[in-house]
Design a protein. Structure first.
Length: 184
């Protein structure tokens, strides 16, 4: 597949495969190969950039790799730009809090990249792509949402819940540390 992709425009579709149900999702993302490296044994390492979401309309071919007819997915037009910006700022604050609290818990300096997207839509996709842990179902759900506000609201709920859990753990850690120091 890689050879075929590199011979054309370096783009291919990425669709989630559910190993438990042995099914392919109906929504995926077009990825562009930015860099590739082929090992002596024929395996390859690639760096890609996700671009445009698509919906699988019909599988045309199964082998040697799946090929499908797709339609591109666009987000719905935003009606309340001010509300979207406020929501985006709340999501960013929650994200910053999660990163800061994680740093406190792990006794390490953690920061967000300086080049976080400014636009709410792009920020929502950045967050979805960078969720940590076993979150494939949540990422797929976010990919399928075609409303930036709804996607950001879902992300806010996830981040806020994580923030509250991390805050409680941080307080517990600090309380135990202070108690240990008082007993020393």
């Amino acid at each position: 597949m890689l050879k075929s992709v590199l011979e054309t425009d370096s783009r291919f579709g990425v669709v989630r495969w559910d190993p438990q149900n042995k099914t392919m999702s109906n929504v995926g993302c077009c990825a562009e190969i930015l860099k590739h490296q082929t090992a002596e044994d024929g395996r390859s390492n690639i760096i890609t950039l996700g671009q445009q979401r698509f919906r699988v309309l019909e599988i045309i071919r199964e082998t040697p790799f799946a090929t499908a007819m797709v339609s591109w997915i666009e987000d719905q037009e935003v009606e309340d730009l001010d509300g979207l910006k406020k929501l985006s700022n709340s999501v960013l604050t929650a994200l910053q809090d999660v990163v800061s609290l994680t740093g406190k818990l792990t006794d390490s300096e953690m920061t967000l990249p300086n080049d976080l997207p400014d636009l709410p839509r792009e920020l929502s996709f950045w967050i979805a792509a960078h969720l940590g842990g076993p979150v494939a179902n949540e990422q797929q759900h976010l990919l399928e949402i075609n409303d930036t506000s709804k996607r950001l609201k879902c992300e806010y709920e996830m981040l806020d819940q994580t923030r509250r859990q991390l805050a409680a753990r941080t307080v517990l850690k600090e309380t135990l540390t202070n108690a240990d120091q008082a007993n020393s």
